[in-house]
Ligand binder design. Structure first.
Ligand code: PMV
Length: 313
């Protein structure tokens, strides 16, 4: 039997880094997806094929001995076929650039958990999410679970470290133009640098957290009103806070300047140091903004919010 599932990537719209210190963040799912096809096989093996490589192993290997980015799929397949006399073949297709903060690994975990577990019966979205977070922990032990949650349920979400996730009901109609610096970043090391900044500048950092909290409350209102021009101003303001804590660099600043020329506002998304920036646009300036980035040889594409989340076939 074969089963197929797809899950969207994500963008952090507001609040990255400050979220680590208890400020709310706002995330959204994007209409770029990872699709996973799973098939049960009579041969008791787990094999995985994707555009980043292949992995074929017997079941029941300790996860710590597996050194592959495909490890979450192995974890999921191995867990699901316990007490079953079959193997699993998995293939993965991705529309999401990998390792640049757009949620590719969370989308893999969510679509993987759904495709694999649906081979053996119906499973609820909540159960799939739980399984996906377990799988993601094989790569990022400290994941907050926010990415997997937004990839499962889609739409917009606010995330608070203490209180968890709340879905935001509004459906604003904007386009995000995402430009990739093609510089890989380590979230862990950028987060560490921010903590050093905080230690050196306690007062300034706590004022920035207050300012960011206020900004997020304003953004929640603006999202309800679909006020794209004002949201653009908040994006510019949020970028200033990210500049202050030192997660930007010349390349990212250059890209953000390009975004400012035609869009409502642009900022880093995710950890910074590399990865992606996004520019907020609507129908009137999305094409011009893409053209500006492409003319300057940046990899770039536009996305809308995905309201569907996990999809199974
Ligand atoms: O670039 P990403 O998707 O790994 O985003 C990291 C977001 C941070 O706020 C910087 C860290 C975190 O755990 O929330």
């Amino acid at each position: 039997m074969k089963s197929k599932a797809s899950a969207p990537g994500k963008v952090i719209l507001f609040g990255e880094h400050f979220v680590v210190y208890g400020v709310k963040a706002i995330l959204c799912a994007i209409d770029k997806r990872i699709t996973v096809i799973a098939e049960d096989t009579s041969e008791r093996k787990i094999s995985i094929k994707s555009n980043i490589g292949e992995l074929e192993l017997e079941p029941n290997k300790p996860i710590s001995e597996i050194n592959s980015p495909l490890k979450p799929f192995y974890y999921l397949a191995n867990k699901v076929i316990q007490n079953k006399n079959s193997g699993i073949k998995i293939s993965v297709e991705s529309e999401i650039p990998l390792g640049v903060g757009l949620g590719s690994s969370s989308a893999c975990c969510v679509a993987g958990a759904a495709a694999i577990s649906k081979l053996f019966g119906n499973v609820s979205k909540d159960e799939i999410l739980k399984l996906a977070i377990e799988a993601e922990k094989t790569i990022f032990q400290n994941t907050s679970g926010a990415d997997c949650t937004v990839c499962t349920f889609g739409g917009l979400m606010e995330y608070d470290k203490r209180k968890g996730f709340t879905k935001i009901g509004s459906e604003p109609n904007f386009h995000l133009v995402i430009a990739n610096s093609n510089v890989e970043h380590s979230t862990e090391s950028v987060v560490k640098e921010v903590s050093k900044f905080k230690e050196r500048n306690e007062k300034e950092f706590s004022k920035l957290c207050e300012d960011e909290s206020l900004l997020i409350e304003n953004v929640l209102e603006l999202l309800k009103e679909n006020n794209i021009t004002e949201l653009g101003q908040k994006i510019i303001q949020n970028q200033e806070y990210l500049e202050t804590i030192g997660v930007s660099n010349d390349k990212l600043r250059k890209m953000i300047q390009i975004g400012y020329e035609t869009s409502f506002g642009a900022k880093i998304t995710g950890a910074g140091g590399g990865g992606c920036i996004f520019a907020l646009t609507d129908e009137s300036n999305v094409e011009n903004t893409i053209r500006e980035f492409k003319n300057k040889n940046y990899e770039c594409f536009s996305v809308k919010i995905d309201f569907k989340g996990l999809d199974t076939f």
